[in-house]
Design a protein around this ligand. Sequence first.
Ligand code: ADQ
Length: 473
Amino acid sequence: MSPEEKKLFIVSNRLPIMVARDGDEWMVNASSGGLITALAPLMKRNHGIWLGWPGCGPEAPVESLLEAHSAEQGYELRPVTLEEEQVEKYYRGFSNQTIWPLFHDLLGYCDFNAENWNFYNLVNERFAASVADFLKPDHFVWIHDYQLMLVAHFLREMGIDTHLNFFLHIPFPSCDLLRRLPWKYEIIEGLLQYDHLGFQTAHDRRNFVQCVRSLIPEAAIKGHRQRSEIILEGRTVKLGTYPISIDFDEFNSFARSKEVADAAWFVHENIPKRTLLLGIDRLDYTKGIPERFLAFERALEKYEDLRKQISLVQIAVPSRTKVPQYRDLKEDLDTLAGRINSRYSTEGWVPIHYMFRELNRTQLLGYYRACEIAFITPLRDGMNLVCKEYCASSIDNNGVLILSEFAGAADQMAKGALMVNPYDLEGTADAIYAAFIMPGDERQKRMKALRAEVRRNDVQRWIDWFLQSDQAG
Ligand code: ADQ
């Protein structure tokens, strides 16, 4: 039976919906996001199961709420409810203050806390128990991301030998970095309990292989260009590279709509007669927003003809606001933007416009269409979907993409984008100027190449690659 013929059983930290209290009533709100948009049609077609945290504790009448919602969606939603202490220590603690910074090469942000590690184990075991409750022989189990690296380990402990698939959405660190983690053996050995591991880039997959080579010398490693295999204790684990993407056609056609054209017009109407440089991110220290502001300041310092001609529009959606480092970042950005704006603003021109808010789809595409340059400079990123969304929305082929070489997307986008090292303020400032003065025919050539790349390797291709590689011998 091919994976497509099986029932898809997706497991992720969060469900594609959130259950929240509104006064006395409980509500189910749909979440959005690339993974949900990509997987929902497939889930509907084969009536799959999606298991995850619904965003609430055990006090909510979650089973009945989800039952009604599942019937509407055409696939089953199954909750793993978590107590506040579990959310604090497993999710905000170990997942977001240990694994997230470590895997993004930001060792200085890591908190190595044994209690958080214990909770990470406990919650992974709970997820495994829930998987076991619903698991049937015709399921294709696909577990997602860094919050759930130990689910396979706990399923194996329960004696379950089902074929298990995993995809890591964030980077995998070098061995030198992973070695700092007190629980490195548990993480590597836990991941090796899956049968098929997917990474965003070949670099991530190679890092994983190096870690196995160094920490588990008895493992045999077979390398192929696109895939590797690790053989340990009679089991074979397949490793593959599957760069995630977006629904190109959806962005491409919605970007042509009148409502998006109006939203784009509104952006330029508010900031008239300027070239607009756009940053859009979750508010996260891995996204390199302070460095981006500093590089922009350096460009204004170095290239006087940019002054009054260009503005940076930064829109950051607040995330993980209960983690202290994320709160500090917001304050740092306020100070930095205030300083740069007070240094350069003149009558009728403000260098940095920034907002902390979530945009709806029309507004998001409005910004993509209105801004002549996308300025996407994460310090490290698993993939980065914003740069792909920008290209898919650049329907007149006129946008310029400035992209960090440390985004996973760099592998695919380097030919058309201006690539920068976000730590190199000088080089990044030069790239801003190069984008500003780039002739129309070069913009067109580069953007056409970028759009062709995103169109060819869209999210459906990502799903197909993963499912078909799982089947391949
Ligand atoms: P993220 O770190 O969330 O994802 P990214 O891939 O850029 O990063 O996705 C962000 C999404 O949020 C995009 O779809 C974007 O449109 C949306 N978004 C950002 N700011 C917004 C705003 N202000 N208003 C509305 N929408 C906004 C993780 C990894 C990435 C990897 C993805 C998918 O960190 O590296 O690409 O998963 O695997």
